[in-house]
Write a protein that binds this ligand. Structure first.
Ligand code: PBG
Ligand code: ZN
Length: 325
């Protein structure tokens, strides 16, 4: 029984009825805001390819944190830029390392803000790869040994949750064991389960100073052409103890987000990565798109695809838009 009895336009007649039948609502509760913290003093340095996103030193970052808290954003994801890099990224487990100091600063001054740490090595290694090198490739199991030290030091500093992003095999199990045996049974793991070897990370590598000195990350991050492999990765991470799984990037991988949503019953995060942010910002600056509307449409599409949580550099702008229209 189609037309004229069925007229779908009836439910689109005005904003009131559209609100009633709307299937997806983006809220501030869905968002995690990434923050870059650089070792040093008096730093508030805009990242050229990411307008409105800065690297902050700890003595300046309150400006940013106060805004995050006042916008009622629930969580931040911390990335550190250390002053000291070496072959293995030892600053990642230094009690006085940049991230450890940042965690303590935030938990002391903004106890209600949920602090998630990125667990990886690429910003801390002299070669920019995500772990310990052996024969010009990242050695999986040696990297896991250092990951153990890194997560324990994050938890000791007060991190609420850890998020391993290096795509090492067995990393979730390793972290779960390390945390449990050190008195941190209640610290959850958000696993970057399906993280693709993506060119959309370009601006981030400039932001975090983490470009590999040689080669690329294709021996550890996933091939963008693969779909079923993402389901295998997620299954392994859940078996190993992941509390939340993630797809990254988000936009070119909305099908993967939906596949995971349909197949697993754990909270699902999606990372709206730097390149996705930069493209919208750039087109907005050119006057070619309505930046705010494209931002909202884009993030809504990620949630509609099945993400429960969205990590995005737009978090503050979305929170403002939801508040003020
Ligand atoms: C590093 C890491 C990357 C991102 C988060 N953690 C980039 C990479 O793998 O080179 C990307 C985030 C973004 O592009 O916004 N493990
Ligand atoms: Zn890395």
């Amino acid at each position: 029984m189609g037309f004229p009895v069925n007229r779908p336009r009836r439910l689109r007649k005005n904003e009131s009825i559209r609100r009633l039948v709307r299937e997806t609502n983006l809220t501030v509760d869905d968002l995690i805001y990434p923050i870059f913290i650089e070792d040093g003093e008096n730093i508030k340095k805009e990242i050229p390819s990411m307008p409105d996103i800065y690297r902050w030193s700890l003595d300046r970052v309150d400006e940013e944190l106060e805004e995050v808290v006042s916008l009622n954003l629930p969580a931040v994801l911390l990335f550190g830029i250390p002053s000291h890099k070496d072959e293995v990224g030892s600053d990642t487990w230094n009690e006085e390392g940049i991230i450890q100091r940042a965690i303590r600063h935030i938990k002391k001054n903004y106890p209600q803000l949920y602090v998630i740490t990125d667990v990886c090595f690429c910003e801390y290694t002299s070669h920019g790869h995500c772990g310990v090198l052996h024969n010009h490739d990242v050695d999986n199991d040696l990297t896991l040994e250092n990951t153990r030290k890194q997560v324990i030091s994050h938890a000791k500093a007060g991190a609420d949750m850890v998020a391993p992003s290096g795509m090492m095999d067995g990393v979730v199990k390793t972290i779960r064991e390390a945390l449990d045996s050190s008195g941190f049974k209640d610290v959850p793991i958000m696993a970057y389960s399906a993280k693709y070897a993506s060119s959309y990370y370009g601006p981030f590598r400039e932001a975090a100073d983490s470009t590999p000195a040689f080669g690329d990350r294709r021996t550890y991050q996933m091939d963008p052409a693969n779909r079923l492999e993402a389901l295998r990765e997620v299954k392994l991470d859940i078996e190993e103890g992941a509390d939340i799984v993630m797809v990254k990037p988000a936009l070119s991988y909305l099908d993967i987000i939906r596949d995971i949503k349909n197949n697993f019953n754990v909270p699902l995060a999606a990372y709206n990565v730097s390149g996705e942010y930069s493209m919208i910002k750039a087109a907005g600056k050119m006057g070619w798109i309505d930046e705010k509307k494209v931002m909202m449409e884009t993030l809504t599409s990620i949630k509609r695809a099945g993400a429960d949580i969205i990590i995005t550099y737009f978090a503050k702008e979305v929170a403002k838009t939801l508040k003020n229209g």
